[in-house]
Ligand binder design. Sequence first.
Ligand SMILES: *[C@@H]1O[C@H](CO)[C@@H](O)[C@H](O)[C@H]1NC(C)=O
Ligand SMILES: *[C@@H]1O[C@H](CO)[C@@H](O)[C@H](O)[C@H]1NC(C)=O
Ligand SMILES: *[C@@H]1O[C@H](CO)[C@@H](O)[C@H](O)[C@H]1NC(C)=O
Ligand SMILES: *[C@@H]1O[C@H](CO)[C@@H](O)[C@H](O)[C@H]1NC(C)=O
Ligand SMILES: *[C@@H]1O[C@H](CO)[C@@H](O)[C@H](O)[C@H]1NC(C)=O
Ligand SMILES: *[C@@H]1O[C@H](CO)[C@@H](O)[C@H](O)[C@H]1NC(C)=O
Length: 465
Amino acid sequence: MWEKAIVVLFLISIVKSEYKYTTNWFKVPLDHFGFQRNEEFQIKYLVNEDHWDKNNGPIFFYTGNEGQIELFAQHTGFMWDIAEEFKAKLVFAEHRYYGESMPFGNKSLDNEHIGYLTSEQALADYADLVDYLQGHEVNPKYPVIAFGGSYGGMLAAYFRMKYPHVVAGAIAASAPVHMYPGMVPCEAYHRIVTSSFGIAGSKCVANIRASWGALRNFSTTANSSEWLQKNWKLCDPVRNATEVQQLIDFLQSMYEILAMVNYPFASDFLVPLPAEPVRTVCQYLNETLKGQALLEGIGKILQVYTNYNGRSKCVDYKKGSDYGNLDASGWDYQACTEMVMPMCTTGQNDMFEPRPWNFTSYSKACYDKYKVYPKEGFARIQYGGDKLDAASNIVFSNGLLDPWAGGGILNSISSSVKAVVILNGAHHLDLMPANPSDPENVKLARGIHKDNIRTWISEFVEANS
Ligand SMILES: *[C@@H]1O[C@H](CO)[C@@H](O)[C@H](O)[C@H]1NC(C)=O
Ligand SMILES: *[C@@H]1O[C@H](CO)[C@@H](O)[C@H](O)[C@H]1NC(C)=O
Ligand SMILES: *[C@@H]1O[C@H](CO)[C@@H](O)[C@H](O)[C@H]1NC(C)=O
Ligand SMILES: *[C@@H]1O[C@H](CO)[C@@H](O)[C@H](O)[C@H]1NC(C)=O
Ligand SMILES: *[C@@H]1O[C@H](CO)[C@@H](O)[C@H](O)[C@H]1NC(C)=O
Ligand SMILES: *[C@@H]1O[C@H](CO)[C@@H](O)[C@H](O)[C@H]1NC(C)=O
């Protein structure tokens, strides 16, 4: 269950666009912070200079998050959309231990090698890469703007905070920078998932809340496994309590993901989905349903989620929250070490079965899997959560339909650490390519981003001329 907190962070919506870039490699130290290991390895970065003014143009730098960098490059359309206007060079850097930026090849995620996977090491990689892109100049020439969404948004903000001499400013989209222990209620995330479903259909939430008991009840009856496998097109039967729980976990993560990617246009996300997927699936729960009729409705939702393009033969529910094509397997380790983000459900303010947050059992699961002990207060102490008065030149943008907004900065902190709220936006909608279905307020948000970027660039130019 603890994995659940986690994997959902990583979804990036895939809108069909084909952008061109060159693929490059950059050598970084395995350990930036100790002096006993001398190994190096290479991280990947993608570059586009089509519109770059090599004399004065800025560098737009995407701080890669947990996944293959190509995915982020192809789906951060906002950077591509504004490159020409700013005469910018685009750089997308891959986070160590993801994609092909593996220090120990295919053994990198083994317990004896995984220890150099931290956000601090990744940021130090990015700082070295920017230094290289600036030609190792003591007085760097090009203003650098960091961009990122989700965990990448956290990294963009932290990049500016930790290396303000390297980065002139940061657009941190949907970055849950204070979803750390003690900082926000653990049920915040699932409360927002639920409210997104509540907006989409008046009976939807009550039906989903009732479906857990109905499913558990039904699963104890004769032939229920056959019925579920046939009606829900499951790849595997549901034979015992462990498998019922796996199915419930899969459904819960399905609702979380549907809420995250509740975009106004069809998107080929992790999973291909229609426009407004939450409203689409809630059509199947438009009246109060019970028993088998309710389960049939849930089965139809499963089909939308797993087979919108008609290509999947069956529902692989045993994949749990790892369903989808973004390979974020290193994230569980990060969540088990410094990035502890408490999640819980109450069944009262959300539509899920109650599941308390229990750091002791979370910690035990981490030890069992990686032989590590998570540090509950580490990220808060390292990065400050929402105590960012001393930071500058960061925009935190959040869509209120996005469950991760529960841990986001929704009110400006100072005149240069600003919040942009996108009323009907899902997970980092503002970083997506412009689309005819975009709501007015995401267009406004992108305009505000551009104004800030312009300000940061001129500040940099002024200070360095
Ligand atoms: C791991 O990498 C090595 C060396 O590149 C290769 O020989 C081996 O087949 C790989 N193993 C797996 C499981 O992919
Ligand atoms: C479960 O089944 C029992 C006995 O048939 C019934 O009383 C109860 O209401 C059912 N619960 C749910 C949540 O469907
Ligand atoms: C369960 O399946 C068996 C074998 O297909 C069948 O004989 C039996 O009648 C079924 N029981 C119920 C309650 O549907
Ligand atoms: C549940 O069924 C699966 C598949 O048959 C099996 O591997 C697993 O051990 C079972 N779990 C329990 C708790 O019986
Ligand atoms: C719910 O949707 C179904 C299928 O579209 C439709 O037949 C039914 O009339 C709807 N029920 C209500 C109460 O709107
Ligand atoms: C938390 O989990 C631990 C270990 O699994 C258990 O002993 C403890 O009772 C749990 N605490 C609460 C408050 O449920």
